[in-house]
Design a protein around this ligand. Sequence first.
Ligand code: CAA
Length: 528
Amino acid sequence: MEIRDVAVVGLGTMGAGIAEVFARAGIGVVAIEADEQALRSGLGALDASLSRAVSRGRLDGAQQADIRARVRPATGFGDAAGVDLAVEVVPERIEIKRQVFAELDRVCSPDAILATNTSSLSVTAIAAGTRHPGRVVGMHFFNPAPVMGLVEVVRTVLTDDRVPAAVADLARRLGKTPVEVADRAGFIANALLLPYLNHAASLLESGYATAADIDMAATAGIGLPMGPLALLDLIGLDTSLSVLEVLHAEFGVARYCPTPLLRRLVTAGRTGRKAGRGIFSYEGGRATDATGVAGSAGSAEAVDLADAPDTVTVIGSADEQEADLASALASAGLNVTRNAAHPTDLILIVAEAGQPILPTALAAGRAGQAVGAHLPSGFAAGALVELVATSLTADTTMRTAAALAARLGLSVVRAPDRPGFLVGALLYPHLADAVRMAQDGYASATDIDTAMTLGCGYPRGPFELIDAAGAADVLAGLRAMYIAYGYPAFAPPPLLAEHAAAGIDFAAVRRARPAATSDDLARSGPAR
Ligand code: CAA
């Protein structure tokens, strides 16, 4: 069935973005809000986005006018009577969603598809409350809707076969990639993303690392487009909190239990970018840490290059990383000694993920002067170095090491001497969640990688990241975290252990035995 005319109910940040996506694709949109004021604000957001596209030369004035003319504002449901599809984008409360669906059910033709953009609520529960549950489906966009390339198409046990196929076709017409999933809290992307964001917020809250360091570890260390704390502010802390609550209620595992900091900030009205303040403050056009968590001031704390020493001792296992670091130090004009018996004022211990540096620092005899240096993605210009402090490392030593790293052109984050340091502590449990999702049979590795690259802008999906790091290294990092903390979320999933033991990457298995993607499933009819 061809979808020519749609209704979008709710013009908040996501709704306005979704209305824009439809209108840009040549589809007529009835834009429905509860009252004139909400309507004005939603249309204002849509207009601002179109004007930005014009100012960047992506649209001309005539195209802007055409797109805008396709949007028909309304404050009642009556105008939705003739549409082929209605998408509900109202706040994440089941009673509000049900009310909207009751109205749509009453007004729309029985052939029209009714979709919800819910991030986490049960599509089945929404469908079951309508007169024609077979036409109800999830159509889940990602923020910012005009930019992110994924649409999760959520089928319930009640959904008619024609419906997900039609919605997937429509998503393609919008220039998005559909991934079909069964109705389970968080679907693919949120079920993986939110616990990772929650974990990042708990690392901030516990003083494990600063807000600036956590975000830098994700961007410079993993290559993600945004740090997890900035992303929480973009999604909205209130939305993030409610998605976590639903995930926690559905799966009952601690990883989904919202860290108290999130609830505190939401209670205080600091819901993120839209409120001007969340984890960061956006007042004055510049994001600054605003949590007031002890020790959360950015480690982007001014580095004085004059603090850099002339001589440094490097201790390591004589591997490539140590050789690279030593030669970079030498070419920066430093005297490098590798003789731990006569250590200098700064002892750099080339750290290995999963291995504490404290024993080496103690063996060197001057633990106050010893700092671990871990290069998560190897040594390259502009690369990230994790400076690892033991509980004996002096503050002046950290400053000296940071100045040295800056002199080498490295970005710096500070991490405690705990398994995974900072990059691994963020990444390994996130990758384990992805492996568990595939292991549980909820989604294929291919669909998971597609969801995270197109929905969240990852340069590589979780399975590609595991392949790049090596399953054995990810396994070792997780094991060390699990032994140290005992959290079930850190327990290595058997599927990862199998890949590590067999020495085969996930891509090789996909090549040999291509996993069914959601597209294959759509072609072969309903399998679930
Ligand atoms: N609306 C419209 N367009 C926007 C936009 C917005 N809010 N924000 C950015 N853009 C556009 C810009 O205009 C720009 O377009 P052009 O190239 O045509 O000029 C393009 O996006 C890139 O923007 P910037 O150069 O300003 O910034 P960037 O390169 O840093 O990209 C980003 C910004 C796209 C947001 C990127 O940082 C990113 O991909 N971040 C990850 C976002 C993410 O994970 N989203 C999913 C959240 S989870 C979710 O939404 C599901 C849920 O249910 C909770």
